[in-house]
Design a protein around this ligand. Sequence first.
Ligand SMILES: Nc1ncnc2c1ncn2[C@@H]1O[C@H](COP(=O)(O)OP(=O)(O)O[C@H]2O[C@H](CO)[C@@H](O)[C@H](O)[C@H]2O)[C@@H](O)[C@H]1O
Length: 213
Amino acid sequence: MENITELKVAPLTESRFVKPLRLHYKQDDIPKVWDIIQCHASVAVVLFNITNQTLVFVRQFRPPVYFSALRRAQGQIEPGSEINLCAANPKKGITLELCAGIVDKNKSLAEIAQGEILEECGYEVPIGNIRQIQTFPSSVGVGGESATLFYAEATSDMRKGKGGGVVEEGELIEVVEMSLTETRAMMNQPEVTMPPMALYGLSWFFMNKMSLT
Ligand SMILES: Nc1ncnc2c1ncn2[C@@H]1O[C@H](COP(=O)(O)OP(=O)(O)O[C@H]2O[C@H](CO)[C@@H](O)[C@H](O)[C@H]2O)[C@@H](O)[C@H]1O
């Protein structure tokens, strides 16, 4: 997963996933501008295996996270810049996340969450086991797109496949099941490789589903 080679940076001219835009507006009659990245809404799922009492996560290489580590190590990187991959270990680009996905299909948010649980984690969870927790804006400084968090309970016999994402789409995902004790210990670390929505989802889980000790 962390065997990253031949990384190059190019200007973005068109993308299925993101579009940089500049907004011009007036606030209290004062002209202002704000640069944004338009992108898809998303869903994420706190997935709890009630048979094993484990939380189910996905581990994957996130190019933007690695790029940020490279920039911290190497300084500004422009399109065409020489990139020294030894400056930062590609492991720095590996995150632990909730099962998640973009809203790019004409399905309900719960159905999209259900599809991601199967694709990424291999569990076939009935829609009735998937409960919406909350919707909120994410990346408010640049994106602001809507993110919806779900909670789903699974049993071990609902595991029908390995998960791992859609190979044809180039997804390379490792399913990680962690005990509640391991999860709490990870959450208490001063630095984690987990995005805020996942940390929030876990806090919700421990507050609402498990009594905090
Ligand atoms: N910017 C990009 N450039 C190139 N290919 C891309 C891309 N974004 C997605 N893809 C492709 O689309 C596939 C499917 O993406 P998903 O719907 O599983 O979203 P992902 O889990 O990556 O992020 C989800 O989860 C994280 C949080 O955990 C959210 O931040 C995010 O908005 C949400 O989609 C990816 O494997 C990749 O092939």
